[in-house]
Design a protein. Structure first.
Length: 340
């Protein structure tokens, strides 16, 4: 073989080796992606099926289990929350529902930017209206009657633990489709006096059954307050300090909330406040809870905690609302509980 022939043979062999290596890398990456989209060994069984809001005896939530149904709205039997999950085609960052009305907050990453939106849903999870969001989804709630929907987004900053953050909370009347873009348009009474400030933020709305009263967190001058608001009067009044992400009990007498237990630290414990006496009861959960809890019934509170070793994943836990007992795992790989 001539020297030129040997060089051509070596070049041809090198091209074949590189092509084989490239194909192997692509196939290996595809296999990893395929495995990442499959349920983890021993994980919950998740199957596609029809999901209807307001089904009695079902608990809806955002599925966090690995696989093709990750972030999908799913449900389980309330009596068997660790059983098989029925997943819908709807995927959400935050979700809540009541009386056949749902709200889904989505954050979709596009080619040029991230798109955030709120979807108003009917009982069959069909989208009735879509609303653009001014920031990253944070909290979502529906009034007990299904008439009012609220959501909170981070306009700047990524969490309530950020040194600088700004939120925007909106309320939608689903009967008239009138949107209040920001609660900052409401009049504020703080400690019995009219109050105005440029640093006011609201978050974490929870509604009463009268379709007028609501509770939320107001932040100003580095302090947080529980506020009681009136939708008809467009007013809010402060009740007590150091209350974040309130959640009103089904009987309307108590509020579950997260309380900052160390000044300047991102450490919260879950409490229940009696709205008549303003007496606070510390719940048995000793981990820091950065979530807006949901009441499963008048005696039990559910909330999300980070899952061990899983970045961006959470588990749902529950705890008695009287401060007794102990926390128990409700649903692994889940968030945004919405009891029927």
């Amino acid at each position: 073989m001539t020297p030129l022939g040997r060089r051509l043979l070596i070049l041809f062999t090198a091209v074949l080796l590189l092509a084989g290596l490239g194909t192997g890398v692509v196939l290996h990456a595809a296999a990893r992606a395929d495995r990442a989209d499959q349920p983890q060994s021993g994980g919950p069984a998740v199957s596609t099926g029809k999901l209807t809001l307001g089904q009695k005896g079902r608990l809806a939530f955002v599925n966090g289990a690995a696989g093709p149904h990750r972030t999908a709205v799913a449900s389980v039997p309330s009596t068997d929350p660790r059983g098989g999950r029925t997943a819908s085609d709807l995927k959400c960052a935050r979700f809540y529902a009541a009386t056949g009305t749902g709200v889904c907050l989505q954050s979709v990453t596009g080619v040029l930017k991230q798109s955030n939106r709120a979807l108003l849903l009917d009982r069959n999870l069909r989208t009735l209206r879509t609303f653009p969001l001014a920031g990253t989804p944070s909290r979502a709630r529906v009034s007990p009657s299904g008439r009012f929907v609220a959501w909170t987004v981070f306009v700047s900053g990524e969490s309530y633990s950020s040194a600088f953050f700004s939120t925007r909370t909106s309320i939608l009347d689903t009967r008239t489709m009138r949107l209040t873009p920001s609660l900052e348009s409401f009049s504020v009474v703080l400690d019995g006096k009219p109050y105005h400030a440029s640093d006011i933020n609201f978050w974490g709305v929870t509604f009463a059954k009268d379709d007028d009263t609501f509770y939320a967190t107001l932040n100003t001058a580095n302090r947080t307050y529980l506020i009681r608001g009136s939708l008809s009067r467009h007013t809010v009044t402060t009740l007590i300090q150091n209350v974040e992400c309130p959640s009103l009990s089904p009987d309307g007498t108590r509020v579950a909330f997260k309380k900052r237990v160390l000044s300047g630290a991102t450490l919260w414990h879950e409490y229940v406040l009696d709205l008549t006496t303003l007496h606070e009861t510390a719940l048995a959960e000793r981990h820091s809870v950065d979530d807006q809890a949901a009441w499963l019934d008048d005696h039990t509170v559910a909330y999300a905690l980070p899952a061990n070793g899983k970045v961006g994943s959470s588990d749902l836990w529950s705890v008695p609302a009287d401060g007794k007992g102990a926390p128990r795992l409700l649903i692994a790989g889940a968030s945004s509980p919405a009891p029927s």
